[in-house]
Ligand binder design. Structure first.
Ligand SMILES: Cc1cc2nc3c(=O)[nH]c(=O)nc-3n(C[C@H](O)[C@H](O)[C@H](O)COP(=O)(O)OP(=O)(O)OC[C@H]3O[C@@H](n4cnc5c(N)ncnc54)[C@H](O)[C@@H]3O)c2cc1C
Length: 423
């Protein structure tokens, strides 16, 4: 059926300049900006609890941005798409906003900024900003269908009647953590209006291994160490030096979450367990003048439990003296430590993924306004779009930046329509 032809049959009608669907990070920012520019904005969400992903982010302290956020920290079929919005709304801009509201923060690691208070402080800032813009909250409310009338106005059929809006912003995020209210709404609307999607999959997610392959390492659950991880080739792959955590089912920790976003099913990942040294050469050198056992030596370099399992899986007795081992064996152990190659059998899926890779194809959107190139007045922002940040505050920075870009543009668009109607 023609999307523009059918009238939504619902109860009483409410009219707005702009309707934003999804009151998460991007949606609240967008609604606040558009409201403060004088537009009449409705912010709609089907969840009872507001901005659940902000609340649970950063271990409850919201890693709200990264000082070094730039296009190189994002994955997308079109890596340049995020450039304009990120340049116009920077980490410093969001820090300025928090400062106005007396929210304080600290830097933890590699430019990652966390609230000193709980994540609720960030939600409160966004709520206040929305209120300052006179944003009308419509939560919890489910949107059952979206249509356009002959004038291009959007008609939202909701469980409580029809909402009309001149501009519509879709900010319903990705598929990760369904229990927080995540749905495929953005993708359905994108498809309905003729947009292409880039295949979605869980990202920033723990990796799993076939039980038989993982059996020797399962007992190491809880062991963590800093490693260098890589996957893929120069063009599509990546390399990170971050912590790794062994679990019952596979690998987790920041380094693994980072590499998971780049990992392609069926491909191996490579781990250098001793990025600071040439392990093979160091083991051979250690033969000179030492009576130490190999397990004791290795335990200085990696956690003791890992050292023992490593030797076991390489058929070397833990108590063997380093001096008694042939160079060839020491080199074999060392080279394996420097390049542990494993092929995951999958990931922990959307249940555990921090974000969704892929989404609304950016080739159908304006990089300055986030507006659809096909449907004037329709915008997609935040995680719903095929822009996926690294771990470390980058995803929120994209949510803020794309929210601001669309908020300003939608306000301008709705004002333009006002002008056209007055003529
Ligand atoms: C456990 C966890 C920790 C994270 N920690 C960080 C961190 O510290 N730093 C960082 O940068 N990123 C972090 N992220 C990622 C970050 O939370 C997301 O990238 C970001 O929230 C995306 O913003 P968004 O507004 O696009 O989507 P969301 O924040 O997910 O908001 C989408 C909103 O849309 C609503 N919605 C969905 N479907 C519908 C529908 N059909 N109808 C109406 N409403 C709907 C949802 O209820 C939700 O309120 C974390 C994610 C998780 C899961």
């Amino acid at each position: 059926m023609d999307a523009r032809a059918r009238q939504v049959q619902c109860g009483p009608m409410e009219s707005f300049d702009i309707a934003v669907i999804g009151a998460g990070a991007a949606g609240m920012m967008c609604a606040a900006v558009a409201g403060q520019l004088g537009r009449h904005v409705a912010l709609i969400d089907h969840s009872q609890r507001l901005a659940e992903k902000i609340r649970i982010s950063g271990g409850g302290r919201c890693n709200f941005t990264n000082l070094f956020a730039g296009p190189a920290n994002y994955l997308s079929a079109n890596p340049h798409f995020c450039r304009s919005a990120l340049a116009r709304y920077t980490p410093r801009d969001f820090m300025g906003l928090l400062k106005q509201h007396r929210v304080t923060w600290h830097e933890k690691h590699k430019g990652q900024l966390f609230c000193d208070q709980s994540s609720d402080a960030v939600i409160d800032v966004l709520k206040h900003e929305c209120d300052a813009g006179g944003v009308v909250w419509r939560t919890p409310l489910s949107v059952e269908e979206v249509r356009q009338d002959a004038e291009g106005q959007f008609l939202l059929g909701t469980t409580a009647g029809t909402i009309t809006a001149r501009a519509l912003v879709i900010a319903t995020g990705g598929l990760s953590i369904p229990k927080t209210g995540a749905t495929d709404f953005a993708y359905r609307i994108a498809r309905q209006f003729g947009h292409k999607l880039i295949d979605t999959r869980p990202a920033l997610v723990p990796l799993t291994f076939a039980p038989a392959d993982w059996e020797p390492f399962a007992a190491l659950s809880g062991v963590s160490l800093e490693v260098q991880l890589s996957t893929g080739d120069k063009k599509t792959g990546a390399e990170f030096t971050e912590d790794l955590l062994l679990t019952h089912r596979g690998l987790s920790g920041p380094g693994v979450l980072q590499i998971s976003s780049y990992w392609q099913p069926g491909e191996p990942i490579h781990i250098n367990l001793l990025p600071e040294r040439n392990a093979a050469a160091a083991l051979v050198d250690a033969k000179n003048g030492t009576k130490r056992q190999i397990a004791n030596l290795l335990s200085e370099w990696v956690p003791q439990r890992l050292a023992h399992v490593w030797l076991d899986t390489h058929q070397v007795a833990a108590e063997t003296r380093v001096a008694d081992l042939p160079d060839k064996t020491l080199r074999r152990i060392g080279e394996a430590l420097s390049r542990w190659t494993l092929t995951p059998n999958g990931t922990e899926g959307y249940r555990k993924a921090e974000v969704t890779r892929g989404g609304v194809d950016t080739r159908g959107l304006s990089s300055t306004t986030m507006m659809s190139a096909r449907v004037p007045g329709l915008y997609f922002i935040g995680e719903a779009v095929d822009v996926t940040g690294w771990l470390g505050g980058y995803n929120f920075q994209w949510a803020w930046a794309s929210g601001v870009a669309a908020g300003e543009a939608a306000a301008e668009y709705a004002r333009g329509l006002d002008g056209a109607m007055a003529l």
